[in-house]
Write a protein that binds this ligand. Structure first.
Ligand SMILES: Cc1ncc(COP(=O)(O)O)c(C=O)c1O
Length: 444
């Protein structure tokens, strides 16, 4: 590796001896069903780097799957959590409410698209937010069918498994699945035949909905504005807005699942804003909490109020410590102008990585919005997905001090989700390392 270690520090073989010892216990005590990217155990993290138990320092291009957008252990978030936990650990909002839950709902109303009265419910995880959004949509419309997108990922609970496309590992052996879910094609400019004509792709999807279920039965359409686990697929302009317009013509609710793409990641507060979409309901999680678990459904007040008291919520949803963390994280996003920072990160990535499409016959596309960047790999001279190459690249990146995730319905996409506070120097070092690995592994 020719790139000097500045932000990175490789002190041992990867994984180092302490990680290897922990890996033995991991194997003995943790369910094999819990996935693991690499047997490297974290000890501490700061900003854009994570240090492992052996003293190796990695540049974090995963942000805990798009969670630590404001940076790992951002001091403002740490302080807010420490202060809050000394005052309230938990009361349950329905039993003894507290102010910072309302403050988070205010921030959600302020930053989500739509110039109308909005309300929220706070929950614990992304899947729980999606489940609640569907419950609310069904209650409001009195209809039961739900339209989802091909390649979608919405979670691991029973309903969200049914809404997710990929069987292995998310659904394999876990059926029966929740009924009344209908899947239609998502715009995938590289592969769907519609290319940049998003409006045509939306028309085709709408026609399929009519064929499969009929609009009068549909409670909601739900779409990720940039597909996450499905492959960091950015739909062509006009696709999401075409679907949302179709939904509204037929009194179908439009839900934007912004759990991965939301809260500044793509260069705007919410990714659906790129296509001028105003969702009726929006699901958020991950970056909202700045590292603590919290998720939300936010939507038009009359839709959110259609549910009977006690019908949504739960024991832990909107825990006060998570709310304090979320408020500190959102304040950092506002104060540091993180949407613009994410856009800048996207420009740096484009400048470094897009030339690879012409230089290498293994790179089909470098795509993304802001700091949500995907590189799709294929077998030379074809569009056949190249999962094996992605596996080798991912393994090498860890050994060279980067934390990088893969994704894609065919497992052939490298995805980058750096913290939005990463410096240009740190990100530049990471991009240089990644480019060198991609070039070397592609030549093998
Ligand atoms: C778009 C989207 N929806 C839902 C989820 C599920 O979130 P969680 O893992 O918090 O349940 C994810 C998780 O990656 C996601 O990316």
């Amino acid at each position: 590796m020719s790139v000097p270690q500045v932000a990175r520090k490789i002190a041992t073989a990867i994984p180092g001896p302490k990680s290897q010892a922990l890996e033995e216990e991991h194997k003995q005590y943790v369910s094999a069903g819990v996935g693991q990217l690499m047997p490297v155990f974290a000890e501490s993290a700061s900003g854009a780097t994570i240090t492992d138990v052996d003293g190796n320092r990695f540049i974090d291009l995963a942000s805990g799957i798009a969670v630590t957008g404001v940076g790992n252990c951002a001091p403002e978030v740490v302080k807010a959590v420490q202060d809050e936990v000394a005052k309230l650990t938990h009361t349950n909002f329905a039993t003894t409410p507290y102010a910072n839950y309302i403050e988070v709902c205010k921030k959600l109303a302020e930053h989500t698209p739509g110039d109308f009265a909005k309300k929220s419910v706070l929950v614990n995880s992304g899947a729980e937010a999606v489940e609640n959004a569907i419950k609310i949509a069904r209650k409001y419309t009195g209809r039961s069918a739900v339209v989802v997108m091909e390649n979608a990922f919405h979670g691991r609970t029973n309903l969200t498994m049914a809404m997710t496309t990929k069987s292995m590992p998310y659904k394999q052996g876990f059926g029966a699945f929740a009924p009344d879910i209908y899947r239609v094609p998502f715009s995938y400019p590289l592969r769907d035949g519609f290319g940049s004509d998003g409006a045509a792709a939306a028309k085709a999807a709408a026609a399929k909905i009519e064929l499969l279920v009929g609009h009068e039965n549909v409670a909601a359409i739900i779409a990720e504005p940039v597909q996450g686990e499905g492959g960091f697929i950015v739909p062509a302009p006009g696709f999401l807005s075409g679907l949302a317009d179709w939904a509204h013509e037929h009194d179908v609710l439009y839900i934007s699942d912004e759990i991965q793409a939301g809260f500044c990641r793509t260069g705007k507060w919410f990714a659906c804003e790129y296509d001028g979409v105003t969702p009726d309901l929006i699901t958020t999680a991950k970056a909202l909490g700045g590292g603590m678990p919290i998720a939300a459904v936010t939507g038009r007040a009359e839709i959110m109020d259609s549910v009977q008291a006690g019908g949504i919520g739960g024991t832990y949803g909107g825990n006060p410590v998570s709310c304090a963390s979320a408020l500190a994280a959102v304040k950092l996003m506002e104060d540091k102008g993180l949407p613009a920072r994410a856009a800048h990160i996207g420009e740096l990535a484009d400048a470094a990585l897009k030339p690879l499409v012409d230089e290498l016959d293994t790179v089909a596309e470098v795509r993304g919005l802001g700091a949500m960047i995907g590189i799709e790999f294929v077998k030379p001279g074809s569009l056949e997905p190249n999962k094996e190459l992605v596996g080798r690249i991912a393994k090498r990146t860890v050994q060279e001090g980067l934390i990088v995730l893969t994704c894609g319905i065919n497992g052939n996409v490298i995805r980058l989700l750096p913290t939005l506070t990463i410096t240009d120097e740190e990100f530049g070092e990471a991009l240089d390392v990644l480019k060198e690995i991609i070039t070397e592994e592609s030549a093998k």
